[in-house]
Design a protein around this ligand. Structure first.
Ligand SMILES: [Cu+2]
Length: 126
């Protein structure tokens, strides 16, 4: 394989890694929703994550200050978000509709207990 062919292969691979536009594929049964979340004292941004039932939810998280963590008990999600800004990821299938609390799972200071968010899983519109 020549150098040009290698370059083409690399481009195709990179294209596959790019996040898809959620709305453009709304008609499909399953979509991957890649959502970037920034944790900081004392909030998640965005604090409210809304997806459709059946979506594969891929959370890509980073901390803007100290050690945090994300816990969504209903989906058995618990991941540490280390200080330093390194991204951590977790993915799960939003199989159950409802509104579920998102909590910080790592003590991060006086406002830790109010560091909250919510995951809203809605039924797909027909
Ligand atoms: Cu925190």
């Amino acid at each position: 394989m020549g150098k040009d062919a290698c370059r083409v292969v690399a481009c195709v691979l990179l294209a596959g890694l790019l996040p898809s536009d959620g709305d453009a594929f709304a008609a499909q049964t399953k979509e991957t929703r890649r959502i970037e979340v920034t944790a900081s004292r004392y909030k998640f941004d965005p604090a409210r994550i809304e997806v459709s039932r059946g979506d594969v939810v891929e959370l890509v998280m980073r901390s803007a200050d100290t050690d945090h963590g994300i816990a969504i008990k209903a989906y058995a999600v618990k991941v540490a978000i280390p200080k330093g800004g390194e991204t951590v990821g977790v993915s799960f299938v939003a199989s159950r509709p409802g509104t579920f609390p998102i909590e910080c799972s790592e003590y991060c200071g006086s406002g830790h207990k109010r560091m909250r968010g919510e995951l809203v899983v809605t039924e797909k519109a027909q």
